[in-house]
Design a protein around this ligand. Structure first.
Ligand SMILES: Cc1cc2nc3c(=O)[nH]c(=O)nc-3n(C[C@H](O)[C@H](O)[C@H](O)COP(=O)(O)O)c2cc1C
Length: 336
């Protein structure tokens, strides 16, 4: 049976161009974040609590908001009110950047999928640090863990990637309960090369060597398109460098399930990604003790259960949330 979001709000949103609908929702949640009555209204969606501890953090439930929905961190109180057990903002880059030319988000309704080639459009680490500082001062900082996902600015050459990540890391770490290093977006040329063992070890070592009053858990977000050999060397680099967790996975470049007349360049997410990303979660859990946060194709209770059975400790939603709305959180929590 369709929930209220699917019956009423989704048809309206889907009548708009995808990025316009996205901005409308984010702007609405931004406004709602300022008003207690609006947050109380959103709280009717909050699923039953089922706390979980990981990386020394307490998560009220294991369902998080995946990176990319709130790249600029403008609606944190609203995400908490909707019932997310943790919120990951970003990807944030050192420099503000506009991303790729529009259109750059495409819905594939029959496939319950999205293809995007946004290219890390975001306000940049300086502006986002100021925004997060303001939120903290306002007393509206959410009680759930907040992860900050950082990536490389497009104009920074790959050889200087570490400096770029370090810049954002230094500005944002104080606001984060955990930091995610995104080395797997397909929309920034060369970024995925940072998953190669030598480059990844350099990056992890540089970040891990930063003097910190309180060390924040470091999480690495990986691509679903890795070969078993590539995965093995990534796990080794993560273990050697004390990585706290792995997010599996980002979007895929494998579009075989998409009819050619609907296909677009970019990262594919949603239902067609489900199996591939679950297989990677299974493989990480079988070969490493590093905890996994699963992301990819969770659009109902069954696909969420599949991730936990594959060995995930936590899960994150993006495309499933676009199609199913906040009712998806309750549906998952009630059926798990
Ligand atoms: C429009 C869009 C934008 C995204 N932007 C980011 C991003 O900035 N950083 C990131 O790490 N992942 C990003 N992702 C990937 C999601 O966080 C998620 O890992 C991926 O979509 C798989 O989950 P899903 O099938 O539930 O969508 C984006 C996904 C979509 C659909």
């Amino acid at each position: 049976m369709l929930n209220l979001y699917e019956r009423v709000l989704r048809p309206l949103l889907f009548s708009l161009e995808a990025e316009t609908a996205h901005h409308f929702i984010i702007a609405s949640l931004h406004r709602a974040s300022h008003f207690n009555f609006a947050l109380r209204a959103l709280k009717q969606f909050t699923p039953p609590s089922k706390p979980k501890t990981l990386f020394g953090l307490t998560f009220p439930n294991p369902i998080g908001l995946a990176a990319g929905l709130d790249k600029n961190g403008i609606a944190l109180p609203a995400w908490e009110a909707l019932g997310f057990g943790f919120i990951e903002i970003g990807t944030v880059t050192a420099m503000a950047q506009p991303g790729n030319p529009k259109p750059r988000i495409f819905r594939l309704l029959a496939q319950q999928a999205v293809i995007n080639r946004l290219g890390f459009n975001n306000d940049g680490a300086d502006a986002i640090a100021v925004r997060l500082h303001g939120l903290r001062e306002s007393g509206r900082w959410p009680a759930v863990p907040v992860g900050i996902n950082i990536g490389k600015s497009r104009t920074t050459p790959l050889e200087r990637a570490t400096d770029d990540y370090l810049y954002s890391f230094r500005l944002l770490r104080d606001f984060a309960d955990y930091i995610t290093l995104n080395v797997s977006s397909p929309n920034t040329p060369g970024l995925r090369e940072l998953q190669e063992p030598a480059a990844l070890s350099r990056l992890l070592h540089a970040i891990g060597s930063e003097p910190e009053p309180v060390a924040k858990p470091l999480v690495v977000k990986i691509s679903p398109d890795l070969s078993p050999v590539e995965l093995e060397s990534i796990l080794a680099a993560c273990e050697e460098n004390g990585v706290a967790g792995i997010i599996a996975t980002n979007t895929t470049l494998d579009h075989v399930s998409i009819p050619s007349e609907l296909d677009e360049q970019g990262g594919l997410s949603g239902a067609p990604l489900r199996e591939k990303s679950s297989a990677l979660v299974r493989s990480i859990a079988a070969n490493s003790k590093i905890p996994v946060i699963a992301s990819g194709g969770i659009c109902d209770a069954e696909s969420a259960r599949e991730k936990f059975e594959a060995g995930a400790q936590l899960v994150q939603l993006y495309t499933g949330f676009v199609y199913r709305g906040p009712g998806l959180l309750r549906e998952i929590m009630e059926k798990l």
